[in-house]
Design a protein around this ligand. Structure first.
Ligand SMILES: [Zn+2]
Length: 162
């Protein structure tokens, strides 16, 4: 089972978001801390990643706020992840889903492939709803679908599939 030290940059972020982590299946285990782990930065010439702090120690997740002027909302790979919380983020469950998304990346799961792999993770009723949803031109990039897809990814990770 993947175990991460999860750092909330501030006590305020921790108070606000820690209760929502229960949305993430217990396959992922977190030791919650307040503060900043040792971080490094990606290519400073890439505007998307400029100023985006990423943990140095493995099995570490860092959740930070807009006091750090990064552009990307999240990144995860190689047993590490960082998640940014912006001042426009008012939906705490959506932030918990963002954390879930990045820790899936961190353990090598294809967290960006929701639409591409729809045929694999959807039930028959999901498929009907997905089609209806799209015919109404509604974005499928919403918590309702993210959650179902991440559940499926987590189950396959638990079964040992990369
Ligand atoms: Zn992603």
């Amino acid at each position: 089972m993947p175990h991460f030290d999860l750092f909330f940059k501030t006590e305020e972020l921790r108070r606000r978001l820690e209760p929502h982590l229960r949305l993430i299946p217990s396959f992922f285990e977190f030791t919650i801390r307040t503060g900043t782990p040792e971080v490094r930065y990606f290519d400073q010439k890439d505007p998307m990643w400029k100023g985006f702090p990423f943990p140095v120690p493995e099995k570490t997740v860092y959740v930070f706020d807009d006091a750090i002027p990064a552009r990307a909302l999240g990144g995860g790979m190689d047993k590490r992840a960082s998640i940014r919380v912006t001042r426009d983020d008012h939906d705490d469950e959506a932030i918990a889903l963002r954390i879930w998304h990045e820790v899936l990346h961190a353990i090598g799961q294809p967290a960006d492939d929701m639409a591409k792999r729809a045929g694999e993770w959807q039930s028959v009723s999901d498929r009907l709803m997905w089609t209806a949803w799209q015919s109404l031109s509604r974005s499928v990039d919403v918590p309702f679908w993210h959650r179902k897809f991440y559940e499926w990814l987590t189950e396959r990770a638990a079964e040992g599939q990369a």
